[in-house]
Design a protein around this ligand. Sequence first.
Ligand code: S3P
Length: 209
Amino acid sequence: MTLRVAEHSKDRDRQLAQIRQSLGTRSVVLIGLMGAGKTAVGRRLANWLDLPFTDADSEIEQAAGQSIKEIFAEHGERYFRDGERKVIARLLESGPQVLATGGGAYMNPQTRAAIEAGGISIWLKAELRVLMKRVGRRDNRPLLAVDDPETVMKELMAERNPVYTKADITVESREVPHEVIVGNVVDALAAKLGCDAMPAPRARRKKVH
Ligand code: S3P
């Protein structure tokens, strides 16, 4: 998918340049459950920041020459997790970039440490209803290929959300256009990195008759 370069105000452009500079070689790493919007938001965020976008799951598939579904079916989850850890460690060496990770990646303590060392982590947090609506659109997620995916998702939320809270930044992923979430992420990044905030929109002047 190619994205048109987003057009921003001068203030936003200045802020984005500041963020890029403050990042240095660190990557912006998106974490969160399946359906949180990591890839969709990540691609747009990379476009705003004029940084490369990398999707860890696609990199794992490329390295293995198999889809995630095939990796799980043929080799099992443990094998996938091992590959995931190695691929993310390698990717973090080539920042800056925007890196979207699979939902389970941040649960691995080594991966968490590598993300902390080489990136700024952003948890895209979403409600169960939003996640289920989004994951229902595709059948490429082996963990949800069960009779009752909602129960699995609830269990994953209970297990993972307390760990995701360790992320540097949390942004609510809501049912609004992706660009709105990207704006929220950029604002949060600017605050975290000590860059300029966007000026508040000017109040419209009342006409005096
Ligand atoms: C997984 C999430 C998937 C993928 C794999 C396992 C998980 O990525 O890595 O199916 O454990 O939550 P997305 O979060 O991008 O769907």
